[in-house]
Design a protein around this ligand. Structure first.
Ligand code: 5GP
Length: 193
């Protein structure tokens, strides 16, 4: 079967390999495995915040899909708000420059805050965000990330809830894009190096 090219066709493939913007990717985390892990994370967060109403701060755009599934897997009351940082643009490597494009609307003072991120790569964005959010004086501040690249990441960063640790390779799908494409692919694909 030919490798489907997302740049050419708008599809929701579940093939072993796909291409996107001329690069070849192989399926790495099937949708069912992602859902199973997200549900476990939801149960863990529900237990940890049983006596309070946490506010999830979802990091746009990549974390929107993870946030929606994680929230549905949390069976105690919780709220959501959104933050947006500058990111990779249309590239596969980080510029190392982070700035805030959209700040949170909610008042976070005294709140239990959980940052919900799609992926922690170098950790620069997360460090920047935690500094920003700390300034709001929350009662607690934790991080839930679906993916973590430990080989690339700042060693000092504390990640409270991690879905999957992955190699230091570019991934797409389940909210994660390459030049804005592939966010709607239900599985996560990794660069086929
Ligand atoms: P960091 O600051 O940790 O290096 O990168 C954070 C942001 O870069 C993530 O929120 C995500 O938007 C983007 N990013 C990092 N690694 C990847 C990757 O492998 N694939 C995609 N699509 N985005 C990534």
């Amino acid at each position: 079967m030919p490798t489907r090219d997302l740049t050419q066709t708008a599809v929701r493939p579940s093939e072993a390999t796909i291409t996107c913007r001329g690069e070849r990717f192989r399926r790495y985390l099937p949708a069912d495995d992602i859902q199973e892990r997200v549900e476990e994370m939801g149960r863990q967060i529900s237990r940890a915040y049983a006596d309070t109403v946490p506010i999830l701060i979802s990091v746009l755009n990549g974390a929107f899909m993870f946030t929606a599934d994680l929230m549905r897997a949390i069976d105690t009351s919780c709220e959501v708000d959104f933050i947006k940082l500058s990111s990779y643009g249309d590239e596969k490597v980080s510029s190392g420059q982070v700035h805030e494009l959209k700040s949170v609307d909610a008042n976070l003072k005294g709140r239990d805050v959980v940052v919900v991120e799609d992926i922690v790569d170098t950790g620069l964005s997360m460090q920047f965000m935690l500094e920003r959010l700390s300034a709001h004086d929350p009662a607690s501040l934790r991080v839930a990330t679906l993916l973590h690249k430990p080989e690339a990441s700042e060693p000092d960063l504390t990640l409270d809830y991690v879905g999957f640790e992955i190699p230091d390779l570019f991934v797409i799908g389940y909210g994660l894009d390459y030049g804005q494409l592939a966010r709607n692919v239900p599985d996560i694909y990794i660069l086929d190096s």
